[in-house]
Design a protein around this ligand. Structure first.
Ligand SMILES: NC(=O)c1ccc[n+]([C@@H]2O[C@H](COP(=O)([O-])OP(=O)(O)OC[C@H]3O[C@@H](n4cnc5c(N)ncnc54)[C@H](OP(=O)(O)O)[C@@H]3O)[C@@H](O)[C@H]2O)c1
Length: 338
């Protein structure tokens, strides 16, 4: 089978395509033919060496969907022909995050999924909802689940959510917020993307390039009240304005570092507003199954930016690096995966 690897991460690093022996499903394992993989901002950081040290060579990417080809002895939940997705954290079954979960993340702690065949432990897989294509399903494990956990437990009907930028997590968050009956304010560097986000359900758009004090604009749009929830994908340069945008009693789901890690940021505004802030780190398999019940309410097609064939995978990384994407960039091993 073919797979891509990263030999040496760095600012100019590229992927290398290689032949590797076909994997075999041992006891408790499931062999999956990967049909589609999606990229997250993290995958670009891993390639460029800014995410941390990898075990070289590393198969990149955490998110895939595919079809079960074979199962090992003792596998009871899956059979050949099942449509499945891998869990971002292979060891996080349910409940709170615990120390033993670390290092079980695909595409960094563990070999990733940018390959034609991959073996998973049965605990690290979920079945795809029937109505979701492989391309759509490949977007769920990280971006989908992170957005689900950032939004759904923290928002109610008639409340307002602020989303930063039009990347994969934000556009999933837009879908979950609208499905929850909330209003959405979204920011972007690009007016055309803001129009696209409105066509996908956003109620208001703010260009953060032309409106530097976008937090003031959020307050204006909400008649001085502020938003009940911010999905904080920005980090260092956005967190303080995100807190300024909050309504009293609001919540920040803190998860991103698009502008660097949020160190040295003044978070005192949380005190005055009696607001809460909680980190989100993707989620567990149990969360993934809970999200799947929500997925029929989403317009998944609206958040796919581009679909790139497997043999042109480096182009998918270039698309993310360009910042021109709107939502998810997907790699397919098979043109019928849509
Ligand atoms: N903690 C977790 O579990 C978790 C999970 C997934 C992702 N993340 C993090 O969340 C962030 C987003 O990830 P992603 O995969 O959705 O990224 P992505 O799809 O690559 O999206 C990047 C987008 O972010 C926007 N952006 C860049 N700088 C911005 C700024 N200063 N203010 C507002 N928006 C800005 C841009 O939108 P425009 O082009 O519209 O300006 C850009 O297209 C990353 O930091 C990632 O590491 C964390």
């Amino acid at each position: 089978m073919k797979r891509y690897v990263i030999d040496e991460p760095g600012p100019q690093a590229t992927l290398r395509l290689e032949e590797s022996p076909d994997a075999i499903a041992e006891a408790g394992e499931v062999l999956v033919r990967v049909k589609a993989c999606s990229l997250n901002y993290r995958d670009l950081m891993v390639l460029r060496g800014s995410y941390g040290e990898i075990k070289q060579p590393l198969v990149p990417l955490s998110d895939c969907a595919g079809e079960v080809v074979a199962v090992g002895a003792g596998v009871d939940g899956f059979e050949p022909g099942d449509r499945v997705a891998g869990c971002f954290f292979q060891n996080w079954q349910a409940g709170r995050l615990t120390k033993d979960v670390y290092g079980s993340d695909l595409g960094f702690g563990q070999p990733g999924v940018l390959c034609e065949l991959r073996v998973f432990h049965q605990h690290g897989l979920v079945k795809l909802p029937r109505y979701v294509s492989f391309v759509e399903g490949a977007c769920l494990p990280c971006a989908g689940l992170t957005a689900f956990n950032a939004v759904v437990p923290h928002i109610a009907r008639d409340r307002t959510v602020l989303l930063l930028g039009t990347g994969g997590v934000s556009l999933f968050a837009l879908q979950f917020a609208k499905a929850s009956g909330a209003s959405v304010i979204i920011t972007s560097s690009d007016d055309a993307k803001l129009e696209r986000a409105k066509a996908n359900g956003a109620d208001h758009g703010i260009n953060y390039r032309t409106i530097e004090k976008w937090d003031d604009e959020v307050l204006r749009l909400t008649d001085g009240h502020g938003v009940e929830l911010v999905v904080e994908t920005g980090g260092a340069q956005t967190l303080e304005r995100s807190i300024n945008s909050l309504a009293p009693g609001g919540h920040v789901s803190l998860l991103g570092q698009l502008t660097g890690k949020a160190t040295g940021v003044n978070v005192h505004g949380l005190v005055y507003k009696g607001a809460t802030m909680q980190g989100v780190f993707v989620g567990s398999k149990q969360d993934f199954l809970a999200m799947n019940a929500f997925v029929p309410q989403l317009n998944m097609a609206g958040l796919i930016d581009d679909i790139v064939p497997f043999n042109e995978a480096p182009r998918a990384f270039e698309r993310i690096a360009s910042g021109k994407h709107f939502g998810k960039v997907v790699i397919t091993t098979d043109q019928s995966s849509r």
